[in-house]
Design a protein around this ligand. Structure first.
Ligand SMILES: Cc1ncc(COP(=O)(O)O)c(C=O)c1O
Length: 391
């Protein structure tokens, strides 16, 4: 299969990890030789409940027996999508009650940009330096890395960048601004948390000038930080919350949620302001509903906080300079990128899956399934510290 993988499937880098997957269950992925890999990455924060969770599988199977795709998004009344949107609304503060379901995180970001422009009648979008919101043209426009954007220019115009956590930069948010869009915790940048009520200050500034405050919760949302939504840690509330990744429990999804009043602007004058064929797909929505129910009905959120402490306790080493992040969205920062590369590659040989962050080459991503056991955490941490010992 390896030859066919390189020949027929598009590649994103010259050096993919190229592990040949046989199956996955719980916190483990198994390769074609039956070797088990403890998963400290969870599909880059997507497999919130680990692999092959029985409640997700049952929900999907039940829906498979009823029907698959029947109509483009928004026309028919389909129970899984409605129940999912209703459950999201139940756990979000008012007036965040209406959800538009799409197929990926980046598509949800695109939808939220359109929504803000349509609602305010303004065009300027403000994003943060070092942000990552996805890879389609609109989301890419929010990135400030020139070398990554230049080959694809021109992108959408009227995007400006501010420094995350800089209060003085808030003055750039003005009456011309349609939206400020931020990750609640900056992911690709190295799991950078907001400080000193920064997000609340952004919210206040947006309210003052009439801009829409959008929080990208695609990675920190749906329990990963120990609260259902990351912004619950930071004394603030967005006008639009964007989710994805973990919401699907391992299937592709994106969602943006806002007030009924704001969302209505996408369905009227002009109507069909945003369209998707497969958004809200009943099989995906059934998986997401099962995931969200399990996270909100169990003690997983409290457990996530305890598991963070366990990782911090067992990942102490002279080569680890800092552990950033919250809950099970953690990044171990090593001395330099060479050591980081060495640890990630050797860990895979030793049956532990680790991964990089996009823009912080010294970081090791530690985002295991929320369902990982304490024993598995300790086992994985030992692999990391023993590799560091041998360097
Ligand atoms: C914060 C954030 N926003 C948006 C995205 C894009 O989501 P997707 O890859 O599903 O399009 C990601 C994916 O890594 C992300 O971490």
């Amino acid at each position: 299969m390896q030859d066919d993988f390189f020949k027929y499937q598009a590649q994103t880098t010259p050096h993919p990890l190229a592990m040949e997957v046989s199956h996955a269950k719980g916190s483990y992925i198994y390769d074609k030789n039956g070797k088990a890999y403890l998963d400290f990455v969870a599909g880059v924060s997507a497999c919130a409940l680990g692999h092959s969770h029985p409640k997700i599988l049952n929900a999907v199977k039940e829906q498979l027996d009823k029907y698959l795709h029947v109509m483009v998004y928004g026309e028919y009344i389909q129970k899984p999508a409605i129940e999912l949107a209703k459950l999201l609304a139940k756990h979000l503060p008012e007036p965040l009650e209406t959800t538009y379901l799409v197929n990926s995180g980046t598509e949800a970001i695109e939808g939220s940009i359109k929504l803000a422009r349509r609602y305010t009648g303004r065009s300027e979008i403000i994003a943060a330096k070092n942000a990552y919101h996805g890879n389609t043209m609109g989301s890419l426009s929010l990135m400030d890395f020139e070398e990554r954007k230049t080959p694809f220019l021109p992108l959408i115009p009227d995007v400006k960048h501010i420094e995350f956590n800089s209060e003085s930069d808030l003055q750039h948010i003005t009456e011309h601004t349609a939206a400020v869009i931020l990750e609640t915790i900056q992911g690709g940048a190295g799991f950078i948390e907001p400080r000193n009520d920064y997000l609340k200050k952004v919210q206040d500034r947006c309210n003052k000038v009439g801009a829409v405050f959008i929080l990208d919760e695609i990675q920190p949302g749906i329990g990963r930080t120990g609260k259902l939504f990351g912004f619950e840690h930071y004394n603030c509330q967005p006008d639009v919350v964007v989710t994805g990744k973990g919401l699907g429990g391992g299937l592709p999804i994106g969602a943006f949620t806002t007030s009924k009043e704001m969302m209505l602007t996408l369905s009227d004058n002009p109507k069909l302001g945003h369209i998707t064929t497969f958004g809200g797909n009943p099989v995906i929505a059934a998986a997401a509903l099962a995931t969200l129910k399990e996270i909100t009905d169990s003690n997983l959120l409290e457990e996530t906080v305890k598991k963070e402490q366990l990782i911090r306790k067992h990942l102490q080493h002279k080569h680890i300079k800092e552990i950033r992040g919250k809950g099970l969205m953690l990044a171990a920062i090593l001395e330099n990128s060479e050591i980081t590369n060495e640890v990630i590659l050797r860990a895979q040989d030793q049956g532990l899956i680790l991964f990089w962050l996009l823009f912080e080459p010294k970081a090791i991503r530690i985002t295991p399934p929320l369902t990982i056991s304490n024993e598995e955490i300790i086992k994985g941490c030992k692999v990391i510290t023993s590799i560091l010992d041998s360097l």
